[in-house]
Design a protein around this ligand. Structure first.
Ligand code: TXA
Ligand code: MG
Length: 319
Protein backbone atom coordinates (compact mmCIF):
# COMPACT_ATOMS: atom_id res chain seq x y z
CA UNK A 1 0.00 0.00 0.00
CA UNK A 2 2.09 2.93 -1.18
CA UNK A 3 1.54 6.56 -0.23
CA UNK A 4 1.65 8.12 3.17
CA UNK A 5 -1.92 9.15 3.84
CA UNK A 6 -3.99 6.10 3.06
CA UNK A 7 -5.67 6.15 6.44
CA UNK A 8 -8.20 3.62 7.50
CA UNK A 9 -10.76 5.85 9.11
CA UNK A 10 -14.05 4.23 8.38
CA UNK A 11 -15.67 3.93 11.79
CA UNK A 12 -18.16 1.37 10.54
CA UNK A 13 -15.43 -1.18 10.00
CA UNK A 14 -12.94 -0.02 12.55
CA UNK A 15 -12.91 -3.37 14.26
CA UNK A 16 -13.18 -5.22 10.94
CA UNK A 17 -10.66 -7.92 10.12
CA UNK A 18 -9.98 -6.27 6.76
CA UNK A 19 -8.49 -3.15 8.32
CA UNK A 20 -6.55 -5.15 10.88
CA UNK A 21 -5.20 -7.56 8.25
CA UNK A 22 -4.03 -4.63 6.11
CA UNK A 23 -2.29 -3.11 9.12
CA UNK A 24 -0.71 -6.46 10.06
CA UNK A 25 0.53 -6.91 6.51
CA UNK A 26 2.08 -3.48 6.47
CA UNK A 27 3.79 -4.09 9.81
CA UNK A 28 5.11 -7.47 8.66
CA UNK A 29 6.68 -5.86 5.63
CA UNK A 30 8.50 -3.32 7.80
CA UNK A 31 6.02 -0.43 7.58
CA UNK A 32 4.67 1.84 10.31
CA UNK A 33 1.06 1.95 11.49
CA UNK A 34 -0.47 4.38 13.98
CA UNK A 35 -2.46 2.31 16.44
CA UNK A 36 -5.06 3.09 19.10
CA UNK A 37 -4.42 2.04 22.69
CA UNK A 38 -6.40 2.81 25.83
CA UNK A 39 -3.80 5.48 26.74
CA UNK A 40 -2.70 7.37 23.61
CA UNK A 41 -2.18 6.52 19.92
CA UNK A 42 1.13 4.75 19.26
CA UNK A 43 3.41 4.72 16.22
CA UNK A 44 3.95 0.98 15.81
CA UNK A 45 6.54 -1.15 14.05
CA UNK A 46 7.84 -4.72 14.25
CA UNK A 47 10.23 -4.56 17.22
CA UNK A 48 12.58 -7.11 15.62
CA UNK A 49 13.02 -5.12 12.39
CA UNK A 50 15.94 -2.68 12.78
CA UNK A 51 15.09 -0.56 9.76
CA UNK A 52 11.43 -0.24 10.78
CA UNK A 53 12.59 0.90 14.23
CA UNK A 54 14.93 3.44 12.63
CA UNK A 55 11.89 4.71 10.73
CA UNK A 56 10.02 5.30 14.03
CA UNK A 57 12.87 7.44 15.39
CA UNK A 58 13.10 9.32 12.07
CA UNK A 59 9.35 9.93 11.79
CA UNK A 60 9.09 11.26 15.35
CA UNK A 61 12.36 13.18 15.27
CA UNK A 62 13.12 11.30 18.48
CA UNK A 63 16.60 11.24 20.03
CA UNK A 64 17.99 7.72 19.68
CA UNK A 65 18.93 7.50 23.37
CA UNK A 66 15.22 7.38 24.28
CA UNK A 67 14.12 3.71 24.23
CA UNK A 68 10.71 2.42 23.13
CA UNK A 69 7.97 0.41 24.83
CA UNK A 70 7.28 -3.02 23.30
CA UNK A 71 3.63 -4.10 23.24
CA UNK A 72 2.83 -7.77 23.74
CA UNK A 73 -0.44 -9.73 23.58
CA UNK A 74 0.02 -11.53 26.93
CA UNK A 75 2.21 -12.02 29.99
CA UNK A 76 3.42 -15.25 28.44
CA UNK A 77 4.62 -13.38 25.36
CA UNK A 78 6.29 -10.78 27.61
CA UNK A 79 8.38 -13.63 29.03
CA UNK A 80 10.02 -14.13 25.62
CA UNK A 81 11.45 -10.63 25.76
CA UNK A 82 11.95 -9.88 29.44
CA UNK A 83 12.66 -11.66 32.72
CA UNK A 84 9.58 -11.26 34.90
CA UNK A 85 10.23 -12.07 38.55
CA UNK A 86 7.52 -12.66 41.16
CA UNK A 87 6.86 -8.95 41.65
CA UNK A 88 6.63 -8.30 37.89
CA UNK A 89 4.26 -11.25 37.48
CA UNK A 90 2.05 -9.99 40.30
CA UNK A 91 1.78 -6.56 38.69
CA UNK A 92 1.13 -8.12 35.28
CA UNK A 93 -1.58 -10.29 36.79
CA UNK A 94 -3.28 -7.33 38.46
CA UNK A 95 -2.96 -4.70 35.72
CA UNK A 96 -2.55 -6.41 32.32
CA UNK A 97 -4.03 -5.95 29.88
CA UNK A 98 -3.94 -2.27 30.79
CA UNK A 99 -2.06 1.01 31.12
CA UNK A 100 1.01 -0.29 32.99
CA UNK A 101 4.51 -0.64 31.50
CA UNK A 102 7.05 -2.84 33.27
CA UNK A 103 10.80 -2.27 32.86
CA UNK A 104 12.57 -5.59 33.42
CA UNK A 105 15.91 -7.19 32.42
CA UNK A 106 16.01 -8.41 28.81
CA UNK A 107 16.09 -12.16 28.20
CA UNK A 108 19.50 -13.41 26.95
CA UNK A 109 18.05 -14.17 23.49
CA UNK A 110 15.66 -11.21 23.33
CA UNK A 111 14.89 -10.81 19.61
CA UNK A 112 14.17 -7.06 19.54
CA UNK A 113 16.39 -4.73 17.52
CA UNK A 114 19.07 -3.09 19.73
CA UNK A 115 17.76 0.41 18.93
CA UNK A 116 14.45 -0.44 20.67
CA UNK A 117 16.15 -0.50 24.06
CA UNK A 118 18.72 2.17 23.12
CA UNK A 119 21.54 -0.03 24.35
CA UNK A 120 20.04 -0.64 27.83
CA UNK A 121 20.02 -4.17 29.25
CA UNK A 122 16.41 -3.65 30.33
CA UNK A 123 13.23 -3.59 28.24
CA UNK A 124 9.91 -1.77 28.72
CA UNK A 125 6.93 -4.10 28.17
CA UNK A 126 3.22 -3.41 28.06
CA UNK A 127 0.17 -5.56 27.32
CA UNK A 128 -2.44 -3.05 26.11
CA UNK A 129 -6.18 -3.46 26.67
CA UNK A 130 -7.62 -1.72 23.61
CA UNK A 131 -9.51 -4.44 21.68
CA UNK A 132 -8.26 -3.25 18.29
CA UNK A 133 -4.63 -3.28 19.45
CA UNK A 134 -5.15 -6.71 21.05
CA UNK A 135 -6.47 -8.04 17.75
CA UNK A 136 -3.60 -6.51 15.83
CA UNK A 137 -1.04 -8.09 18.16
CA UNK A 138 -2.72 -11.47 17.86
CA UNK A 139 -3.31 -11.40 14.10
CA UNK A 140 0.15 -10.04 13.22
CA UNK A 141 1.99 -12.31 15.64
CA UNK A 142 4.43 -9.41 16.11
CA UNK A 143 5.74 -7.69 19.21
CA UNK A 144 5.09 -4.04 18.43
CA UNK A 145 7.42 -1.25 19.49
CA UNK A 146 5.32 1.90 19.75
CA UNK A 147 6.07 5.33 21.18
CA UNK A 148 3.29 7.89 21.26
CA UNK A 149 2.43 8.88 17.68
CA UNK A 150 3.46 12.55 17.88
CA UNK A 151 6.56 14.53 16.99
CA UNK A 152 9.12 14.16 19.77
CA UNK A 153 8.43 16.63 22.59
CA UNK A 154 4.95 17.50 21.31
CA UNK A 155 1.49 16.82 22.74
CA UNK A 156 0.50 13.14 22.78
CA UNK A 157 -2.34 12.10 20.43
CA UNK A 158 -5.61 10.82 21.87
CA UNK A 159 -7.54 10.97 18.57
CA UNK A 160 -6.59 9.96 15.00
CA UNK A 161 -6.73 13.62 13.91
CA UNK A 162 -4.02 14.47 16.46
CA UNK A 163 -1.71 11.94 14.80
CA UNK A 164 -2.28 13.49 11.39
CA UNK A 165 -1.80 16.97 12.77
CA UNK A 166 1.40 16.16 14.66
CA UNK A 167 3.13 13.97 12.07
CA UNK A 168 1.76 15.70 8.97
CA UNK A 169 2.85 14.10 5.72
CA UNK A 170 4.92 11.58 7.65
CA UNK A 171 1.77 10.12 9.24
CA UNK A 172 1.47 6.47 8.24
CA UNK A 173 -1.69 4.37 7.99
CA UNK A 174 -3.86 5.15 11.03
CA UNK A 175 -6.09 2.49 12.54
CA UNK A 176 -9.05 4.42 13.92
CA UNK A 177 -10.04 3.09 17.33
CA UNK A 178 -11.86 6.24 18.40
CA UNK A 179 -10.76 8.55 21.23
CA UNK A 180 -8.44 6.97 23.81
CA UNK A 181 -10.17 5.99 27.02
CA UNK A 182 -7.59 6.93 29.68
CA UNK A 183 -5.96 9.63 27.58
CA UNK A 184 -2.67 9.74 29.48
CA UNK A 185 0.37 7.53 28.86
CA UNK A 186 0.88 4.32 30.79
CA UNK A 187 2.39 4.25 34.26
CA UNK A 188 6.01 3.06 33.92
CA UNK A 189 7.32 0.88 36.73
CA UNK A 190 10.92 -0.37 36.88
CA UNK A 191 11.34 -3.66 38.72
CA UNK A 192 14.35 -3.48 41.07
CA UNK A 193 14.62 -7.00 42.45
CA UNK A 194 11.93 -7.18 45.13
CA UNK A 195 11.29 -3.44 44.94
CA UNK A 196 9.85 -1.17 42.30
CA UNK A 197 10.26 2.42 41.22
CA UNK A 198 7.70 4.57 39.41
CA UNK A 199 9.52 6.11 36.41
CA UNK A 200 6.42 7.84 35.00
CA UNK A 201 3.10 8.40 36.82
CA UNK A 202 0.06 7.32 34.80
CA UNK A 203 -3.42 5.82 34.92
CA UNK A 204 -2.37 3.06 37.35
CA UNK A 205 -1.91 5.12 40.51
CA UNK A 206 0.72 4.71 43.23
CA UNK A 207 -2.06 3.66 45.64
CA UNK A 208 -3.10 0.89 43.26
CA UNK A 209 0.51 -0.28 42.91
CA UNK A 210 0.89 -0.29 46.67
CA UNK A 211 -2.32 -2.26 47.16
CA UNK A 212 -1.18 -4.83 44.61
CA UNK A 213 2.39 -5.30 45.86
CA UNK A 214 1.94 -4.61 49.56
CA UNK A 215 4.83 -2.13 49.44
CA UNK A 216 5.55 1.46 48.54
CA UNK A 217 7.68 2.43 45.56
CA UNK A 218 11.37 3.11 46.13
CA UNK A 219 12.79 6.42 45.02
CA UNK A 220 16.08 5.36 43.59
CA UNK A 221 18.21 8.21 42.32
CA UNK A 222 20.12 6.81 39.37
CA UNK A 223 23.15 8.72 38.12
CA UNK A 224 21.54 9.13 34.70
CA UNK A 225 17.98 9.73 33.54
CA UNK A 226 16.57 6.28 33.25
CA UNK A 227 13.40 7.03 31.37
CA UNK A 228 14.87 9.63 29.03
CA UNK A 229 11.35 10.57 27.96
CA UNK A 230 11.21 12.10 31.41
CA UNK A 231 13.22 15.11 30.28
CA UNK A 232 11.57 18.21 31.75
CA UNK A 233 10.15 19.83 28.62
CA UNK A 234 7.76 17.39 26.99
CA UNK A 235 4.14 17.20 25.92
CA UNK A 236 4.72 20.84 25.05
CA UNK A 237 2.33 23.00 23.04
CA UNK A 238 3.90 25.74 20.90
CA UNK A 239 2.45 28.41 23.18
CA UNK A 240 3.49 29.21 26.71
CA UNK A 241 1.47 27.47 29.41
CA UNK A 242 0.59 28.98 32.82
CA UNK A 243 -0.59 26.63 35.55
CA UNK A 244 -2.88 27.02 38.58
CA UNK A 245 -4.77 29.78 36.76
CA UNK A 246 -8.04 30.42 38.57
CA UNK A 247 -8.73 33.31 36.19
CA UNK A 248 -7.89 33.92 32.55
CA UNK A 249 -6.07 36.96 31.20
CA UNK A 250 -7.31 38.56 27.95
CA UNK A 251 -4.74 36.66 25.87
CA UNK A 252 -5.33 33.28 27.51
CA UNK A 253 -7.13 30.28 26.18
CA UNK A 254 -8.30 28.98 29.54
CA UNK A 255 -8.54 25.25 30.24
CA UNK A 256 -10.91 24.89 33.15
CA UNK A 257 -11.55 22.15 35.70
CA UNK A 258 -14.61 21.69 37.91
CA UNK A 259 -16.13 25.01 38.97
CA UNK A 260 -13.53 27.02 37.04
CA UNK A 261 -15.36 26.99 33.73
CA UNK A 262 -12.63 28.04 31.29
CA UNK A 263 -13.02 28.13 27.49
CA UNK A 264 -13.10 24.38 27.65
CA UNK A 265 -13.38 22.24 30.78
CA UNK A 266 -11.44 19.05 31.58
CA UNK A 267 -14.29 17.82 33.77
CA UNK A 268 -17.22 19.95 34.91
CA UNK A 269 -17.86 17.48 37.74
CA UNK A 270 -14.24 17.53 38.87
CA UNK A 271 -13.77 13.88 37.83
CA UNK A 272 -10.02 13.23 37.50
CA UNK A 273 -10.33 10.22 35.19
CA UNK A 274 -12.47 12.30 32.85
CA UNK A 275 -9.94 15.14 33.10
CA UNK A 276 -7.09 12.77 32.16
CA UNK A 277 -9.04 11.52 29.15
CA UNK A 278 -9.63 15.11 27.98
CA UNK A 279 -6.22 16.60 28.85
CA UNK A 280 -4.25 16.23 25.61
CA UNK A 281 -7.25 17.02 23.40
CA UNK A 282 -7.73 20.25 25.39
CA UNK A 283 -4.05 21.15 24.92
CA UNK A 284 -4.37 20.47 21.17
CA UNK A 285 -7.42 22.77 20.97
CA UNK A 286 -5.75 25.46 23.08
CA UNK A 287 -2.63 25.33 20.91
CA UNK A 288 -4.73 25.73 17.75
CA UNK A 289 -6.89 28.57 19.13
CA UNK A 290 -6.48 32.23 18.16
CA UNK A 291 -5.40 33.15 21.71
CA UNK A 292 -1.59 33.49 22.09
CA UNK A 293 -1.31 32.03 25.61
CA UNK A 294 -2.62 28.99 27.48
CA UNK A 295 -3.75 29.02 31.11
CA UNK A 296 -4.83 25.92 33.02
CA UNK A 297 -6.98 25.79 36.16
CA UNK A 298 -5.62 23.95 39.23
CA UNK A 299 -6.13 20.19 39.20
CA UNK A 300 -5.76 18.19 42.45
CA UNK A 301 -2.78 15.80 42.61
CA UNK A 302 -4.64 12.86 44.12
CA UNK A 303 -4.90 9.53 42.26
CA UNK A 304 -4.53 9.98 38.51
CA UNK A 305 -4.27 13.74 39.23
CA UNK A 306 -0.55 13.06 39.92
CA UNK A 307 -0.11 11.99 36.28
CA UNK A 308 -2.16 14.96 35.02
CA UNK A 309 0.01 17.40 36.95
CA UNK A 310 3.18 15.61 35.82
CA UNK A 311 2.17 16.20 32.17
CA UNK A 312 1.02 19.77 32.85
CA UNK A 313 4.30 20.65 34.56
CA UNK A 314 6.25 19.32 31.58
CA UNK A 315 3.97 21.16 29.14
CA UNK A 316 4.68 24.38 31.05
CA UNK A 317 8.50 23.96 30.89
CA UNK A 318 10.28 25.94 28.24
CA UNK A 319 12.24 23.60 25.95
O1 TXA B 1 0.85 4.57 27.09
C1 TXA B 1 1.96 4.46 26.61
O2 TXA B 1 2.93 4.06 27.27
C2 TXA B 1 2.12 4.84 25.12
C3 TXA B 1 1.32 3.84 24.29
C4 TXA B 1 1.52 4.03 22.80
O3 TXA B 1 1.63 2.53 24.68
N1 TXA B 1 3.51 4.86 24.74
C5 TXA B 1 4.38 5.80 25.18
O4 TXA B 1 5.63 5.69 24.62
O5 TXA B 1 4.09 6.67 25.96
P1 TXA B 1 6.72 6.85 24.70
O6 TXA B 1 7.81 6.43 23.79
O7 TXA B 1 6.11 8.15 24.43
O8 TXA B 1 7.27 6.73 26.16
C6 TXA B 1 8.05 5.61 26.51
C7 TXA B 1 8.81 5.87 27.77
C8 TXA B 1 9.94 6.85 27.56
O9 TXA B 1 9.93 7.77 28.65
C9 TXA B 1 11.17 5.95 27.64
O10 TXA B 1 12.29 6.63 28.10
C10 TXA B 1 10.70 4.86 28.59
O11 TXA B 1 9.38 4.64 28.20
N2 TXA B 1 11.47 3.61 28.46
C11 TXA B 1 11.46 2.75 27.43
N3 TXA B 1 12.31 1.73 27.64
C12 TXA B 1 12.87 1.94 28.84
C13 TXA B 1 13.81 1.24 29.64
N4 TXA B 1 14.39 0.12 29.24
N5 TXA B 1 14.14 1.76 30.84
C14 TXA B 1 13.55 2.91 31.28
N6 TXA B 1 12.66 3.61 30.57
C15 TXA B 1 12.31 3.14 29.38
MG1 MG C 1 5.63 10.21 24.17
Amino acid sequence: MPGSNDHIDDNARRYGTQAISAAAERLRSGGLVAVPTETVYGLAADSTNASAIADIYRTKGRPDFNPLIVHVPSTEAAGELGLLNGLANKLAKDFWPGPLTLVVPKTPDCPVAPAVTAGLDTIALRCPAHPLMQKLLNISGLFLAAPSANKSGGISPTKPQHVEHSLGKAAPMILNGGPCESGIESTIVAIRGDDYQILRPGPVTSDQLQASTGKTAVNHQGEKIEAPGQLASHYAPNKSVRLDATQAGPDDYHIGFGDIAGDTNLSVNGDLAEAAANLFAALHVADASDRPLIAVAPVPSTGIGAAINDRLNRAAQKG
